[in-house]
Design a protein around this ligand. Structure first.
Ligand code: EPU
Length: 427
């Protein structure tokens, strides 16, 4: 197993390119199951999760190849209908093949993902949505079996909560159903917009992109497409928060600042200077604000579906708020168990109290963190520990970094190029 070693206390300077979005690449790869032929996806990050999704497609009969960040997928012959437990257990987003498989061949069998480190994460909305289009779903031996007895028929589907992968799964089924499907209280994350664009290029008829009401007029068949994955807003946000914590000046390129409205607002309120144009963001944070000499302003955070503050940046902003000038109240509203990083941050000296779904972070009094041996528990918690390690005094060792590699492309190399003293070693 590998671990990361960080010598903290160095400001970050330079330019960092942002990779394609993991959470857009996964549904777009799944969408290639919807039509026979050869698809070309550009800007696909090379991550543990994208590799897993490509493996799922392989087990279904697709072939694929990668050249740099362009992935070509041939989905002409679908020979299977099952996403097995061994793959789904390593990545819950494998359930995204359910929708396209049902739409293309009327049957799919996908291992039911269990809970994960951040919460129970059921898929009941996905299943209810499929059933409203005429699909029969049953649970057998830990697998969801979904079968459509006849042609799928459009319907009005309302989500109790705006679910990201739920919206994506249902969209991918509705595009080939007969008649009109309306998804109400749909999630509005930019990754869904990326999927809508791909499906539209393939011949789907969808109205309401980027809104909470998507109307799909089903079509008979779809064609292959060539598309580009949008920039990863969570990776971009993680780098911005890292610079806010260490001090320095960094320009993010190949990103989309308009996908980060809430984070940019919060960082500005925290006293950080941010400038952006269409595809770059420059963050400037005086080194006098680093842990050695000063603080950022404490701000309160409430995670919300897009365009609210993303739950996928909650752990990272908490690491920053440890250096705040007062108290920060962080309320997690999306997942019930997304505070696993707190105990690790406490081991580095952070003063954080948990009360239900609220974390009270006590900055003030020129807080400092000390490097320590800590353990990553999930993807975003790992990123939070990296940020804490970069801004702490002394050496930190982060183990179980395979979590980080699920969702950040070359993070260690990118940070090194910005001047961080960070390396990956075998335990
Ligand atoms: N929910 C249900 N039933 C469902 C679906 C969702 O109760 O059938 C609940 C969830 O438990 C949660 C809320 O609805 O409380 C929203 O969950 P959502 O379905 O939106 O989450 P997801 O689609 O499983 C995606 C991202 C996550 C990200 C969340 C929230 C992908 C592949 N995953 O998950 O990303 O945290 O949306 O924005 O898009 C990550 O990248 O680290 C990550 C966990």
């Amino acid at each position: 197993m590998e671990k990361i070693i960080i010598e903290g206390g160095n400001p970050l300077y330079g330019t960092v390119p942002i990779s394609g979005a993991k959470n857009a690449a996964l549904p777009l790869i799944a969408a290639t199951l919807l039509a026979p032929g050869s698809f070309t996806l550009h800007n696909v990050p090379d991550l543990r999760d994208t590799r897993t999704m490509l493996k799922v497609l392989e087990t279904l009969g697709c072939s694929w190849s990668r050249k740099d960040n362009t992935v070509t997928i041939d989905s002409t012959n679908i020979t299977g209908a099952e996403a097995p437990y061994d793959l789904v257990k390593t990545m819950r987003a494998s359930v995204l093949v359910l929708g396209p498989l049902i739409a293309r061949q009327g049957f799919a069998r996908v291992s039911l993902p269990g809970g994960c480190a951040i919460g129970a994460r059921p898929i009941n909305y996905h299943l209810k949505g499929f059933e409203q289009l005429g699909v029969k779903t049953t649970l057998s031996e830990g697998y969801v079996e979904a079968r459509s007895p006849g042609k799928l028929v459009g319907n009005v589907v309302y989500f109790d909560n705006p679910s990201v992968t739920g919206t994506e799964n249902l969209l991918m089924t509705a595009v080939l159903a007969q008649g009109t499907t309306v998804i109400k209280n749909a999630a509005r994350e930019p990754e869904i917009g990326n999927l809508v664009d791909m499906l539209t290029i393939m011949g789907a008829q969808i109205e309401g992109k980027n809104t909470d009401r998507l109307t799909v007029q089903g079509v008979e068949s779809l064609s292959p497409a060539e598309v580009t994955i949008i920039p990863d807003r969570i990776e971009a946000g993680t780098f911005l928060i890292a610079v806010a914590a260490t001090g320095g000046k960094v320009t993010l390129t190949h990103c989309n600042p308009s996908h980060l409205p809430s984070l940019i607002e919060k960082l500005r309120l925290a006293g950080v200077q941010i400038e952006s144009d269409a595809s770059t963001i420059t963050i400037t944070c005086p080194v006098s604000r680093n842990v050695e000499n000063g603080m950022v302003r404490s701000v309160d955070i409430r995670t919300m579906p897009y365009p609210g503050f993303p739950t996928d940046l909650q752990a990272q902003i908490m690491a920053l708020m440890v250096f705040g000038d007062g108290v920060s109240i962080i309320h997690e509203t999306i997942f019930e168990n997304r505070f696993m990083h707190v105990a690790e941050l406490q081991r580095m000296g952070a003063e954080i109290r948990i009360d239900g779904s609220t974390a009270i972070v006590n900055g003030g009094k020129k807080q400092e963190l000390c490097g320590a041996k800590v353990m990553a528990t999930d993807l975003r918690a790992s990123a939070s520990l990296v940020i804490a390690g970069l801004a702490a005094k002394g050496t930190s060792e982060i183990s179980r970094i395979y979590h980080l590699e699920r969702g950040y492309e070359d993070m260690v190399t990118k940070l090194k190029e910005l001047g961080a003293h960070i390396k990956k070693v075998h335990e």
